[in-house]
Design a protein. Structure first.
Length: 212
C-alpha cells in the first residue's frame, strides 16, 4: 500500500519507516478484503478500480475516499494482490455531482474513429490528463469538451479543419491515399500531438475540381 501511495509513510532511516496511526485506523475500519478466484480476475479488473486511480479519476483526497466508502459500506476485493473497489458504486458516490454540468460525452470507440488513435492511447491519454470520465453499463464515456480542450482544438479549428477519419469517410479515401494527396497538393494542415487536421476548404475545392 505504501508502494502504490494508498497510504503515506515517512522514512526516518534506512531501516525505519513511520506511518500515521490515524491512517492505519482508517484502513483497518474500511477494508475487509475477500479473495477472488482466478477465472474471475479478467472480468473483475473491468469492474473494479484501485485507490490511486479512484483518487485521480474523481479528484478527491485519500481521507475523503476512506470516509465516504466507510459511510457507504463499500467493500473491496483483492485481485492479483491489489486492493480494488467496485467502480459502479464509486461512480454513484463520487461522480454524480462532479459531472452533472457535462452535457456531451465521447465513447471510446468514437474517439478512436474520429482521431485515429488506439484504445490503449485513449485510456492512457485520458488518465494522464485527468479527463472526466464515467461508466454507463459496459461503456466508458469521456467528456467531449475536456478531450477537445486538452487537444487544443478550438471551435474555429473544428470548423475550418477535418480530422483524418472525417476526411477519409467524406471522400472515401484510404489513409495512405489521403496522406499522398495532402503531400502532392500541399494542402494546409495543423498537427495536435499525434493528430493531423486538414484544411477543410482547400481539400473540398480539390475534390470538387477532380470530379469536374
Amino acid at each position: 500500500m505504501i508502494a502504490t501511495d494508498e497510504i503515506k509513510a515517512m522514512r526516518i532511516s534506512e531501516r525505519i519507516v513511520r506511518i500515521k496511526r490515524a491512517d492505519l485506523e482508517q484502513i483497518k475500519s474500511a477494508i475487509a478484503p475477500i479473495n477472488t478466484p482466478i477465472p474471475e480476475i479478467t472480468k473483475a479488473k473491468q469492474e473494479y478500480i484501485g485507490i490511486p486511480e479512484a483518487i485521480k479519476q474523481f479528484n478527491i483526497s485519500l481521507t475523503w475516499f476512506y470516509k465516504k466508502i466507510k459511510t457507504a459500506e463499500i467493500q473491496p476485493v483483492i485481485i492479483d494482490g491489489k486492493t480494488l473497489y467496485p467502480l459502479k458504486p464509486l461512480n454513484k458516490l463520487f461522480a454524480k455531482k462532479q459531472y452533472a454540468n457535462i452535457a456531451e460525452w465521447y465513447t471510446v470507440a468514437e474517439i478512436m474513429e474520429k482521431f485515429g488513435v488506439s484504445k490503449q492511447y485513449v485510456y492512457e491519454y485520458s488518465c494522464d490528463h485527468k479527463l472526466p470520465k464515467k461508466r454507463e453499463g459496459k461503456e466508458v464515456l469521456i467528456s467531449k469538451y475536456h478531450w477537445e480542450q486538452s487537444k487544443g482544438l478550438t471551435s474555429s479549428e473544428k470548423e475550418d479543419y477535418y480530422t483524418v477519419p472525417e476526411a477519409s469517410e467524406k471522400y472515401n479515401l484510404g489513409r495512405s491515399h489521403l496522406y499522398d494527396t495532402i503531400r502532392a497538393h500541399k494542402i494546409p494542415k495543423i498537427t495536435h500531438g499525434r493528430n493531423i487536421m486538414i484544411h477543410r476548404q482547400t481539400l473540398d475545392n480539390l475534390m470538387i475540381n477532380r470530379k469536374k
